[in-house]
Design a protein around this ligand. Structure first.
Ligand SMILES: [Fe+2]
Length: 154
């Protein structure tokens, strides 16, 4: 292993990344489903905005999973296995557009908070690559949250 921190630390970091990947998968799918199911006057704007967000979330899943591999652990083999590790809740509902905006904003902030926790742990153990990746997640998630918040006020 090309790292100077202990095997135990690597396991702890990959466990945190696995949970973060699971929560990202939940939020990714929710955003994509809202892209499909949104209705009403704001349809096209929300449809496009949700697409921008789910595309970025999907791409981030690739980065997170590959970081898990780089740290020597396996990426999840199935959605079912992955989702066992999620703490953010899925939705079965078809809310109106404004509620979709509120729900996604709450989820993005929750995900950003989790990214801060992963970053703090990784940073404390000298894993700068994971810290850097999580910092980028925090930036993008809080930016998306701001965009949704701006939409809710208008
Ligand atoms: Fe689409």
């Amino acid at each position: 292993m090309p790292y100077h921190y202990s095997g135990n630390t690597q396991v702890e970091i990959t466990t945190l990344l696995y949970e973060f990947l699971a929560d990202t998968a939940v939020v990714y799918y929710k955003t994509h489903a809202f892209h499909w199911n949104v209705e009403g006057n704001n349809f096209y704007g929300l449809h496009l905005m949700f697409e921008k967000f789910y595309t970025e979330l999907w791409e981030s899943m690739d980065e997170i999973a590959e970081r898990i591999r780089a740290l020597g652990e396996k990426a999840p083999p199935s959605y079912a296995e992955l989702l066992k590790h999620a703490s953010i809740k899925e939705t079965e509902a078809f809310p109106i557009g404004q509620i979709m905006v509120q729900q996604l904003r709450a989820d993005y902030l929750e995900l950003a908070k989790k990214a801060e926790e992963v970053a703090a742990f990784a940073d404390a153990h000298g894993d700068l690559a994971t810290t850097d990746m999580m910092s980028e997640r925090i930036s993008l998630l809080t930016k998306a949250s701001w965009m949704l918040q701006s939409l809710a006020i208008s």
